[in-house]
Design a protein around this ligand. Structure first.
Ligand SMILES: O=C(O)CCC(=O)C(=O)O
Length: 226
């Protein structure tokens, strides 16, 4: 179902220093391919310690289902591992690696700090979060990550309201950015450690052909080592 946001012009933009929004970066075919690749990996890990699940944090259980590729996020100790309970974490597929470089090249046209990463970025880890229409993600900082490399974030399915705050605390002012299916947002540079989250998913807005009938997946591609 179309939303109000579909009617607004949405140019590529540097939202704030080091944060670039690339609306409609992926066409429906590319979105569907990423969804089916992610689904295939999730199926291959079902019933293993790496099965897609809602992570348990010290602060409570997250409402998103999370799949980790390349490295696995061990939430109780906030670190990344390459194997868990005898199951090896699957490698990052070549298509995700290529996509990361393509998005950074594009974003580099608008941000010098992202341009600097476009040749050196190593896509070592992919987080796939599935949001049911009622799910959300609290404002948080990716504070336990040691790398200053930017995070590439891809949205597929229902529209999400993405909230980006400052680097010091969760307080306003915020940028509230609707992320539609096919959008990419990259955050790095001065805002690599900005607080961010997803307060709301707008149900029934996933476009036909994106690979998801309802809900949203967010794919973040990350370099985790220095
Ligand atoms: O779903 C999103 O757009 C944000 C995901 C996120 O904040 C994260 O994985 O750290």
């Amino acid at each position: 179902m179309p939303t109000l946001f579909d009617e607004l012009p949405r140019p590529n933009v540097e939202v704030t220093s080091g944060v670039v929004h690339l609306p409609n970066f992926l066409d429906l075919g590319a979105q569907e391919k990423l969804v089916s690749q992610s689904r295939e990996i999730a199926r291959s890990l079902a019933k293993t310690p790496l099965a897609m699940a809602k992570p348990q944090l010290r602060s409570g259980q997250m409402s998103v289902h999370m799949l980790t590729i390349g490295r696995h996020w061990v939430t109780d100790q906030f670190r990344y591992v390459q194997e868990l309970g005898g199951t090896r974490v699957p490698p990052v597929p070549a298509e995700f690696v290529e996509l990361a470089h393509r998005t950074l090249n594009k974003a580099g046209e608008l941000s010098d700090s992202l341009k600097a990463w476009s040749r050196t970025f190593r896509p070592e880890m992919v987080l796939v979060n599935y949001y049911e229409p009622t799910a959300s993600m609290n404002l948080h900082q990716d504070g336990y990550e040691i790398s200053e490399a930017p995070v590439i974030s891809i949205s597929i399915g229902d529209t999400a309201l993405f909230r980006l705050g400052g680097t010091e605390n969760r307080n306003k002012p915020w940028h509230d950015i609707p992320l539609l299916s096919g959008d990419v947002i990259i955050f790095g540079g001065a805002n690599r450690r900005a607080f961010h989250g997803v307060p709301k998913i707008i149900a029934d807005t996933a476009p036909l052909g994106c690979g998801l009938k309802q809900g949203r997946i967010n794919i973040t591609i990350r370099q985790v080592d220095l």
